[in-house]
Design a protein around this ligand. Sequence first.
Ligand code: ADP
Length: 319
Amino acid sequence: MKTIGVLTSGGDSPGMNSAIRAVVRNAISKGCKVMGVQRGYEGLVNGQLEELNISSVADIIHRGGTILKTARSEEFRTEEGRKKALNVIKVFDIEGMVVIGGDGSFRGAEKLSQLGIPTIGVPGTIDNDLAYTDYTIGFDTAMNTVVDAISKIRDTSASHGRANIIEVMGRHCGDIALYAGLAGGAESIVIPEVGLDIDQVCRKLIKGKNRGKLHSIILLAEGVGGAIELGNIIEEKTSIETRATILGHIQRGGSPTAFDRILASKMGAKAVDLLMEGQGNLVVGIKGNQVFAMDIGEALSQEKKLDYDTYDLADILSM
Ligand code: ADP
């Protein structure tokens, strides 16, 4: 393989840059040229790409966001759009692609493979919502951002004796709320997989207050509902003063943690190795600290399940 392409697509996540760096440098070390595609599949359809060399990816391992930019492309969802993308791929002599993104981006990667372009998916999403892999790139950073926010909110929460609801990202998957909640010692964790039991949340708050607890943190995944509305209901039911914080897009940014940088480096390099071996239509994942590859369709057909043991543990430890 003489030339490969790399793009980032869908929602951005910290560590995407570390993955791009790994793709570029591993490919160059093996005598392969790398074309960087701007703005995901949109750039592939419109021919927005340029060669990336060793210096193009210097000084980015620690940077949030993605130097290649990302986008959502309606055109690439159509056969006509994909035909345009294929033409661009051919014009630039690209023989294999690395797609860094979430499940939507992987569906696009599967389509590219079906068009005869060997394509490898690298999981870049803060949500950790892909069942086939233990971790996705960006999740650890987002979780740490939330844990940091919990500590700060806990300080002010304790000063005023208030309850605080922190709304975090996670429409269908509650992993950010669950793991940040466990790490941050949140009193209640409300996630889409389990749903909201408002009376249970209130009972815990009241019991804590009666025991002399000065503060309470409720971690709410956005898929369950809004923090402000939940705060109003809790205040009404418990008479405990309640404040709401919606963390929003700060969870998507920031310098990737060492964990995410290492994960992205290993996964990005593995994607290139697979292409060099002549493989395609695969996604890279990590299980039991081992990076592995799996058929895209098979990976996407796996249903993400909540880790109930961790959920129960968080509940027990928060008392
Ligand atoms: P994410 O990768 O973060 O899940 P999206 O679901 O928005 O993000 O997907 C990113 C892009 O992948 C879409 O804008 C579209 O261009 C492409 N894509 C998603 N699903 C398909 C599909 N079934 N066929 C072709 N392209 C797709």
